[in-house]
Every structure is written in C-alpha cells, then in structure tokens.
Design a protein around this ligand. Structure first.
Ligand code: MRU
Length: 368
C-alpha cells in the first residue's frame, strides 16, 4: 500500500488523493476534479493534516483553472474567479493556518500579476507540493539534531512518543513530527517509537501506526490515557514530538486534541516537548493561543467507531466496514478537534530552517 497521500500529474493536471477514511485496511485513491471536490474531501477528512489540506486545496484550484482557463475573457475575470475559489476553499477547516496562508499567498500573486495569471497560479500551486517534501526532510534533520544535543553524549538511542498523524499522509511526504522520528531512525538514534491512538478519529492507530509498520520502525501503540504511565515505565523516552496546525507568535501551539495534556506530563517527567512544523505554520498575525479558532466537529465522531469487520478466523475484511455505536444514545458531546499548548510547556519549535528555543520564562521569538 502506498504512503503517498497526494498524487498529482503535472502533465495532465489531474489530482488524486488517498482516502484516509479507508486506511489502514484499504488503499483507495479518489479523484479531485475541482475545488468543490477538495472542499468536501477536506471537511470530511478524506485528506487531513495541516500541510496536506493546504496542498490539496491549492492543487484542486490548479486542476480547475486548467479546465476553465480558455473560458476567461479577461485577466480581471480570471483574477476574480481565482479569488472567489480561494475564499471558498478556506472555509473547509478553520484551525490549520496552512490553508489560509496558501490562499493568501496565491491571492497576493493574483494581485501582483497583470498577465498569465492562471498559469502563474497553477505553477505556484504545483511548487507547494515540491517544496513540502524537502522542507519536511529539513525539519526531520533539525529536530533529530536538536534532541540528540539535549541528551548526555553517552546516550546514542532514545525513545519517542507522538500523537495524531504528522507523517507522509499529513503532508506531501516524509512528515513533520513523524519526519523527526524517521530522521532519528535513519541515523540509528531511535530505540522505539510510541504513538497515541488519538481519539476520537484515531489518526494515531490508523495512520501513524500504519506508517511506522510500513517503514519497519520499532513501534508500539498506546491509548491516549496511557501517556503518563508510559513515561513513568519507560525513562528511555526522552522526547515527545508533535506537529502543529497553527503556532501563534508567542509559540502557543494548536495541534490535535490531546497534545496539551502530553506537554503537561512531559514537564512533570522532565521529558523534552518539541513542536515540529514548517515555517508556514507559524502565524505571526496571531499573537497567542487565545486568538486561535478551534474547530468543533460532529458528535458522532465521538459516539461511533468505524472499522473493518474481523471475521471468525481473525482475518480483517475491509469490504464489510461497520460503524458501531459506543456511547449511550442522548448523551451530550464536546468534540473540539484541536487544543492549544501554552508556549511555557514547549522546549523547541523546529522548522525547516532551524530549532527555535526560548529563554526560561520568556515566549518564543520567531523573528530572530
Ligand atoms: O484533524 P487532523 O487529522 O487534520 O489533525 C492533524 C494534526 O493535528 C496534525 O498534528 C497537524 O495537522 C500537523 S500535520 C503535519
């Protein structure tokens, strides 16, 4: 099964995405023919992960513009259509800054272009896919380098805990926090990776576990409620590394619900807590975590579980996918998709450029 979340054919301008709702049991690509398809796929979490949703949105625009470009009579008409489509796409999910950032960058390009605006926008969208993989490899490198500089010289292998899915499936490839784990593994510095199940959507047990198994990285799955016990039982865990959907100017970080509690237990156990994200996830226009809009998702994500049927002989049958209810009907549900970890609990924010740290008691300064 492929680990490529986004398949884009630059020659024919076609886009397909791996249906992440069907993973880990089925690897099925679905076509994205226009911005409506992308909006729905992002909202329904067929594709998810901050960088991946931004890239899919931008590429869906490229696909649609390629089909429509002959019909634009004037540059102004093309410009208006592009801006309208971008405004529409941005409404798909609110918390991750990458989607809004990508849209703003493309709008800026539109505003600055007096000719060939459609071709320029298509080219810029395509470039996002290319840049993301190399950015992630650099994040992985800087993250692994930073954490190994924090442990005694005599320690050459550490274990790591992570949440959600921040790997190839959440990006154009390699991943951010999972990229750091991949880099540690490649350098021979990884003892073991632990991943949280990540309720309610199970991005950890379905997607991260799938990537770790695929890459043959020694790994173990735990439930979200086991993190503090795990740190107590395994002092060789020296790092909790997480991705980000939006990092505010002071370093407060929105990421998958459950991240905040990991930062709290990391502090208690003296384990380093690192955010790994591309520079585009740092939002200098958002002063702190209070200003981040947290997406609320539908109650059924909490009260129902979707899975493949386990046959009597133990084999898993994805064709018989079942949705089962796991909660008392009528119970109220609170289902925020993300939480905000205060910067005081974060030791480093690693981007493709470097590892940012902060003075004790101070906020992060990403303008350095
Ligand atoms: O709801 P999701 O699956 O889109 O949430 C994803 C996360 O929270 C990731 O940690 C974040 O987007 C970073 S992905 C490199």
């Amino acid at each position: 099964m492929s680990l490529q979340a986004i398949k884009y054919d630059g020659q024919n301008k076609t886009l397909e995405i791996l249906d992440q709702l069907k993973l880990p049991h089925q690897s099925i690509y679905v076509p994205i023919r226009n911005v409506q398809d992308a909006f729905k796929a992002i909202k329904d979490m067929v594709v998810r992960g901050a960088p991946a949703i931004a890239i899919v949105a931008a590429l869906s625009l490229a696909v649609e513009l390629n089909q429509e470009k002959a019909s634009f009579k004037t540059t102004e008409e093309a410009k208006k259509a592009i801006v309208d489509k971008l405004d529409y796409l941005v409404g798909a999910r609110p918390t991750a800054v990458n989607l809004g950032r990508a849209a703003n960058d493309l709008k800026k390009l539109v505003a600055e272009s007096s000719s060939d605006v459609v071709d320029k926008v298509i080219k810029a969208a395509e470039q996002m896919l290319v840049d993301d993989v190399s950015d992630n490899e650099n994040i992985g490198h800087y993250g692994a380098e930073w954490i190994m500089s924090q442990v005694p010289k005599s320690t050459d292998r550490i274990s790591v805990l992570t949440i959600c899915n921040t790997g190839s499936l959440a990006t154009a490839g390699y991943g951010t926090a999972l990229g750091v784990i991949r880099s540690l593994h490649a350098a021979g510095n990884l003892e073991h990776a632990y991943c949280l199940e990540t309720r309610p959507y199970n991005q950890g047990s379905r997607l991260t576990a799938y990537e770790l198994v695929h890459d043959k990285i020694p790994a173990t799955l735990i439930t979200d409620s086991m993190a503090s016990s795990l740190l107590r039982a395994h002092p060789e865990i020296k790092l909790i590394v997480v991705g980000a959907d939006r990092v505010a100017a002071n370093g407060d970080t929105a990421n998958k619900i459950g991240t905040y509690q990991l930062a709290v237990v990391a502090k208690h156990h003296g384990v380093k807590f690192v955010v790994a994200a591309p520079n585009t996830t740092i939002d200098l226009n958002t002063p702190n975590g209070d200003a981040i809009v947290i997406e609320q998702r539908a109650p059924h994500e909490l009260t129902q579980v979707k899975g493949a049927v386990v046959e009597a002989d133990g084999t898993i049958n994805p064709d018989k996918a079942a949705t089962v209810s796991t909660a008392a009907p009528g119970i109220g549900v609170w289902n925020p998709s993300f939480d905000v970890t205060p910067h005081e609990l974060i030791d480093a924010v690693v981007t493709e450029k470097r590892a940012f740290t902060r003075q004790p008691g101070a906020a992060f300064n990403f303008r350095d």
